[in-house]
Design a protein around this ligand. Structure first.
Ligand code: AMP
Ligand code: ZN
Length: 493
């Protein structure tokens, strides 16, 4: 269904710093590129948050009826330890420390990445290309940039000439807003340790020193490509010289995405991306979650409960729900109490969704489902505003509870619309799975059912004191009994 025809999706474009009406290059189709992980260690929950934001974007575009080609790469070479084009390749370093082949490192962490995303119910991208699979194309792009006079070779390495790029009328800094004098990649130039003409220049090809085991032949040296190049090459190859959406974490804006624009623009003469989207950071203890500082938690440790951050284990859908309760452009603080609150909300939502099956249609409707449904779309069309969508979903939870208590009614058409809309947004768009409460919750439910039975026996025996005692003491624990025509039900707060 081409729902997009009735809906006006707006996307916040980091390039123009404004929300813009989304118009794809080709009607009905979307090309989206998202920078993938550097596979030298396990992805932490911060990485997962960014990928999950784009999984939600991918899911919503599909739901709207677009044919989406979603490309998310795997960085398996060329990403050095720092942004100054210096230090060891992250994967080589890990291989050296563990005394294994670099490709063993790549395989281990690619498998971990895929397992993690499957556990968290991600849709696979359409194409998942690797940097090492595109060395030939990267060498070709370097030649093209050199032919245009915007790159130079020094001692077997090739650098992009940022000042020449700007002199030619371009704007290096267009995305990050950095002034050219501040856009420095290498602070050691002045003491003569760099081959670069200017500290703003960045590596397209680096000559490998003797220690560097990941190397390929090229016209300039045995070496390896600069990290920024792979994304220009692979996005152009699979999505064309001008495509719709490019995403990544906020921290990739500079230098990574700024360099991508400069490289691609040099080759094609076009701005390569129409909508730049940047996801905000997940924090732990008030600081960015990051591997390098040790301030992180792994997605698997959340599911197993084997970590020092959380009070207990949480289901993957609870974590997904927690992420979706924040807008992708907002900072999000990860903490045990916040996850506990999300857990309550998630199970409340699932309980309502699951009880929909038992609700019978009435002759008339007391609730305007069509306009509620439109509000759900309006939220998502407003730059993928998942927290507002979730607020609307909880209006539906309230309605479902009223329907159960026969305080509201829906006719057949509206009831179907409610079911279809809830299922579409909860499962297809937000990507939640229908997990039932954990074991202990099930056991608590069983105990409450037993007490309800004993209370009924007490009432049948006219033992009102015991019956009231059971009701009041359960209430004191936050468990409310509700006596209805068809027996007693309960809710746990
Ligand atoms: P990397 O493997 O380091 O290239 O990172 C993969 C993705 O995770 C990038 O899009 C980063 O911007 C993103 N990322 C890294 N740290 C965080 C964080 N704490 N919160 C959200 N996204 C992050
Ligand atoms: Zn990238």
């Amino acid at each position: 269904m081409e729902i997009y025809k009735e809906n006006q999706l707006k996307i916040y474009n980091s390039l123009t710093k404004s929300k813009e009406l989304f118009k794809p290059v080709t009607e009905g189709r979307v090309g989206m590129y998202v920078c993938g992980p550097t596979v030298y260690s396990n992805v932490h929950l911060g990485n997962v948050r960014t990928f999950m934001s784009f999984d939600m974007v991918f899911r919503y575009l599909l739901h709207l009826g677009y044919k989406v080609r979603y490309v998310r790469n795997i960085t398996d070479a060329g990403h050095l330890e720092n942004d100054a084009d210096e230090g060891e390749d992250r994967i080589s370093k890990k291989a050296r420390l563990e005394e294994i082949e670099p490709m063993e490192v790549v395989q281990r962490y690619t498998v971990d990445f895929h397992e993690t995303l499957a556990e968290y119910n991600f849709l696979p991208p359409s194409i998942e290309p690797t940097a090492t699979g595109h060395i030939v194309e990267q060498i070709e792009m370097i030649k093209e940039i050199m032919n245009k006079g915007l790159a130079y070779e020094v001692n077997g390495s090739v650098y992009f000439d940022v000042l020449a790029y700007n002199k030619a009328g371009n704007n290096y800094g267009i995305l990050s807003g950095r002034k050219i004098e501040d856009a420095i990649h290498n602070t050691r130039t002045l003491d003569g340790q760099s081959d670069k003409k200017n500290p703003q220049d960045f590596a397209l090809w680096k000559k490998a020193d003797d220690r560097h085991i990941m190397r390929w032949p090229s016209p300039w040296s045995d070496g390896f490509p600069g990290w920024h190049l792979e994304c220009s090459v692979m996005s152009t190859k699979y999505l064309g010289e001008q495509f719709d959406i490019h995403g990544g974490g906020m921290d990739l804006k500079f230098p990574h995405h700024e360099c991508e624009i400069a490289q691609s623009h040099t080759c094609s003469g076009n701005a390569p991306v129409n909508y730049w989207m940047h996801a905000n950071m997940l924090l732990l203890n008030g600081q960015k979650m990051a591997k390098s500082t040790g301030n992180y938690v792994l997605p698997k440790e959340i599911i197993s409960g084997d970590n020092t951050v959380l009070s207990k284990a949480f289901a993957p859908s609870v974590v997904r729900f927690f992420n979706m309760q924040a807008h992708y452009r907002s900072i999000l603080d990860f903490a045990s109490d916040a996850l506990e609150a999300s857990e309550k909300g998630y199970y409340k939502l699932m309980e309502a969704v699951n009880s929909l099956e038992n609700i019978a249609a009435a002759k008339t409707s007391t609730f305007d489902i069509a306009s509620w449904r439109q509000q759900c779309y309006d939220a998502m069309n407003d730059d993928f505003n998942t927290p507002v969508l979730i607020a609307h979903l909880f209006e539906a939870v309230k309605l479902i509870n009223q329907l159960k208590e026969q305080k509201a009614s829906l006719n057949t058409g509206d009831l179907d619309l409610l079911k279809n809309t809830i299922n579409a947004f909860v499962f297809d768009v937000l990507g939640l799975t229908n997990e039932t409460k954990q074991d202990t919750s099930d056991k608590i439910d069983g105990v409450v059912e037993l007490l309800i039975k004993l209370r009924k026996e007490a009432r049948d025996n006219k033992d009102w004191a015991l019956s009231d005692q059971i009701r009041d003491e359960l209430l004191a624990l936050g468990i409310q009994l509700k006596d209805g025509r068809d027996g007693t039900t309960f809710s746990i707060n």
